[in-house]
Design a protein around this ligand. Structure first.
Ligand code: PLP
Length: 424
């Protein structure tokens, strides 16, 4: 019997070779993009399974096509596991991604033209929180709130005032570049005060919520939206959780409102990832993500870096590079040459343009999956500092890259990929 990948090597050597190269890239680099991770072999196997062959429009036990004996059981399992780990009344596991999940949440609770209120993208919000280029601001009337530029944190008074003034139908909590714990309870209270629905988007921190190291929004939000592939460590996908009273509207918004057939191979893999998340080991993983981020932040501060909000409570660090006089994009590219993969990012109230912002966004989910601990997190901070000091010196970047490769070799990606080890 040949494995699926051996078959791919035979039938499409060109793509096989590119997958091999990507695998080598992922294992031979320190991956600090906070929205990325390494999935387990089990999640990978489910993603690459025959469930990709099946159409399953509708919901379990109410489908449009026949042949759903197995898909119904799988989607039921995925929904039950989601409800269990997030302690939610209802779960919808069909959204193709976090972006579609958000639109499903909004259309489940509001009508096109209604006012929505989320965090400005350049302060750390997501495109789908109402950014001017996004369908979310074309479909809805989007009024965005800001962070407090002094503290780099949510300013609940400003959010309350904005909400009182614009009377939104939906207030969105959550962010894509925010290093601190979010007070979802406070968001829920403001929403109640102004008669708005509260949609909480935990795309980045879902794994921390499940692992018990971040407050859960589930008791305080009408709908909770998340991706499944960031700290939750599942396949690329989306997930919605809600109170029973919104279940029908949310389900209808996703199908038939937004999507056709669900990606059953992804839903299968989401079920696997949720079972993995429902273990004590996953709790330890979530704790270690935060410990590693703290250790990395402390070291960076020691090395003279300025961090937005002064540090981190979660998996993510946002470096304000203005005192180092290096644009974010230039540093991200130099780091990549030294095998450290990150992304440049705006900082709150950034004076620089979004395409070449003043910040660098890094995070610890991937290095923690590889088994790295505080000691290695500090070492990574030192590598970053070395790159900053040698940002134009190609030879030094190459040399640092060799040191990074050495560190990576001590923390191999766990037996997670279906590309055979001997094919590296
Ligand atoms: C990543 C992210 C999303 C979107 O997820 P996609 O799967 O890329 O569509 C939505 N909201 C937040 C806060 C995110 O960080």
């Amino acid at each position: 019997m040949t494995t699926a990948l051996e078959a791919l090597e035979h039938y499409d050597p060109e793509i096989y070779e590119l997958i091999r190269q990507e695998k080598a890239r992922q294992s031979g680099a320190i991956r600090l993009i906070p929205s990325e991770n390494y999935v387990s072999r089990a999640v990978m196997a489910a993603t690459g399974s025959v469930l990709t062959n099946k159409y399953a429009e509708g919901y379990p036990h109410k489908r449009y096509y026949e042949g759903q004996e197995v898909t119904d059981l799988i989607e039921d399992l995925a929904r039950e596991r989601a409800k269990k780990v997030f302690k939610a009344d209802h779960a919808n596991v069909q959204p193709y991604s976090g972006s579609v999940a958000n639109l499903g949440a909004y259309l489940g609770l509001a009508q096109p033209g209604d006012t929505i209120c989320g965090l400005l993208l350049t302060d750390g919000g997501h495109l789908t929180h109402g950014w001017k280029m996004s369908f979310t601001s074309k479909t809805f009337n989007s009024i965005q709130y800001r962070l407090d530029p002094k503290t780099g944190r949510f300013d609940m008074d400003h959010i309350r005032e904005t909400a009182k003034e614009v009377k939104p139908k939906i207030i969105i909590s959550g962010a894509t570049a925010y290093p601190r714990e979010i007070d979802f309870k406070a968001f829920g209270e403001i929403a109640k005060e102004v008669g708005a629905y509260h949609v909480s988007d935990i795309a980045h921190i879902a794994g921390l919520v499940v692992g018990g190291v971040h407050q859960s929004p589930v008791p305080f939000a009408d709908v909770v939206s998340t991706t499944t592939h960031k700290t939750l460590r599942g396949p690329r996908g989306g997930l919605l959780l809600c109170k029973e009273e919104h279940a029908k509207n949310v389900d209808r918004a996703v199908f038939p409102g937004l999507q056709g057939g669900p990606h059953m191979h992804t839903i299968t893999a989401i079920a696997v990832a949720l079972a993995e998340a429902d273990t004590p080991e996953f709790g330890n993983y979530a704790q270690q993500i935060v410990k590693n981020a703290r250790a990395m932040a402390e070291k960076l501060l020691e090395l003279g870096f300025e961090l937005v909000s002064g540090g981190t409570d979660n998996h993510l660090i946002l470096i304000d590079l203005r005192n180092k006089d290096i644009p974010g994009r230039k540093l991200a590219k130099a780091l990549n040459k030294a095998r450290i993969v990150s992304n440049c990012n705006t900082i709150p109230d950034d004076p620089a343009p979004p395409f070449n912002p003043s910040g660098l966004r890094i995070g610890t989910p991937s290095i923690t999956t590889r088994g790295m601990k505080e000691e290695q997190a500090k070492q990574v901070a030192e590598f970053i500092n070395k790159v900053v000091e040698n940002v134009d010196n190609e030879d030094m970047l190459e040399k640092i890259g060799q040191e990074v490769l050495m560190l990576c070799s001590h923390f191999p990606v766990p037996d997670h990929f279906i590309v055979p080890e001997n094919q590296k």
